[in-house]
Design a protein around this ligand. Structure first.
Ligand code: IPM
Ligand code: MN
Length: 369
């Protein structure tokens, strides 16, 4: 019997619904070709629902979502709602309550895609950022006193438990160990590294020279865990230097693991080096629970309803979802089709400049699977 997957769809705000529609179009084409099926249930949570009803999310939202095999999200954030309400009340709430402790953000320059980095090609920009997704300043621990006065004091703490660091690092080590094999080692390794048995590199991005407690704990945790992964070469890079190398020598990275806030910042920079928000996808993963896949570009409200937004990021998020559901061949076929289109069809990745409408891009990618 062929497999059936139950998917909760959260189109969300702005251009979210338009790009999600193209993601579903491509998912269905892949399902037909690879012999599985998908059932979709749509939840209209987001800015309009909040403005119409006053409800951000129903109390049982997470219980409902736990019944699905995966969640496919468009974008959350509306100019009609004060910043923070929807982002914290929907996106962050789902990530935290569903304990999606990994935010996986691949950084891969596809053929035909322009990068602002001089003389860099798809061979140079191909790494993955594993962003911890439940701790750090995002925990919201802190407060303020004398608020609104010249004596106001405000505190928001970087919070991590060792267990949070360990589970994130374990995922990153496993990913690094799987990404390359002895036959096909990561090409940044030296001859000596290869002779020593390494196939992959894992770089911890932190700030151990200032955040001695928190990043120091992460570094110790990584070094202890490294003993279990003899093929993974560990490296460490401060976050500021990471930004520098991501621009100057992106080929130095294989897998980067980092804390939530640093991961938020470096993945916007990384996305721009690989063609921008129109092509960048991410997965909020709970390896033991339900995961949520999203284009990371946001709701792009000014393009809403115009049919000009680039759906590639949402389509790649859909591919990542299939990969995590175990449909690896179908996922790879979608990625290949996106790469074919960026390499041979699209004039640009920017909204309105692709040479095709949003739904025509979806058609092209679906037809090429
Ligand atoms: C992201 C976004 C979110 C984050 C915002 C919208 C809360 O920037 O997914 O990277 O900071 O994680
Ligand atoms: Mn961000």
């Amino acid at each position: 019997m062929s497999k059936n997957y139950k998917i909760a769809v959260l189109p969300g705000d702005g251009t979210g619904p338009e790009v999600v529609a193209e993601g579903i179009k491509v998912l269905n084409a892949a399902a037909a070709k690879y012999g599985f099926s998908l059932d979709y249930t749509t939840y209209n949570w987001g800015g309009d629902h909040y403005l119409a009803t006053g409800e951000i999310l129903p109390d049982d939202a997470c219980d409902q979502l736990r019944k699905y095999d995966a969640v496919f999200l468009g974008a959350i954030g509306s100019p009609k709602v004060k910043p923070g309400i929807l982002e914290k009340g929907i996106l962050l709430k789902l990530r935290f309550e569903l304990d999606q402790y990994i935010n996986l953000r691949p950084v891969k320059l596809l053929p035909g895609v322009e990068t602002p980095l001089a003389n860099k090609t798809p061979a140079d920009i191909d790494y993955v950022v594993v962003r911890e997704n439940t701790g750090d300043v995002y925990t919201g621990m802190g407060g303020s006193a004398a608020t609104g006065t010249p004596n106001e004091v405000a505190v928001q703490e970087m919070v991590y438990t060792r267990a949070q660091a360990d589970r994130c690092l374990k995922f990153a080590f496993e990913l690094a160990a799987k990404r390359h094999t002895k036959e096909n080692p990561w090409k940044g390794l030296s001859k000596e590294d290869i002779e020593a048995g390494y196939t992959s590199q894992l770089t911890l991005c932190g700030k151990t020279n200032v955040l001695t407690y928190v990043c120091g704990m992460w570094e110790r945790a990584m070094n202890e865990m490294a003993k279990q992964y003899p093929t993974v070469k560990c490296a460490y890079c401060h976050v500021d230097a990471t930004c520098m190398w991501m621009v100057k020598n992106p080929e130095w990275f294989d897998v980067i693991v980092t804390t939530n806030m640093f991961g938020d910042i470096i993945t916007d920079l990384a996305a721009m080096t690989a063609g921008g928000m129109g092509i960048s996808a991410g997965g909020n993963l709970n390896p033991e629970g339900v995961s949520m896949f999203e284009p990371i570009g946001g709701s792009a409200p000014k393009y809403t309803g115009m049919g000009v937004i680039n759906p590639c990021a949402a389509i790649l998020a859909a591919a990542m979802m299939l990969e995590y559901l175990g449909e690896t061949e179908a996922a790879a076929a979608i990625e290949k089709s996106v790469a074919y289109c960026t390499g041979n069809k699209l004039k640009s990745l920017s909204a309105g400049k692709m040479g095709y409408s949003t739904s025509e891009v979806g058609d092209l990618i679906a037809a090429n699977i």
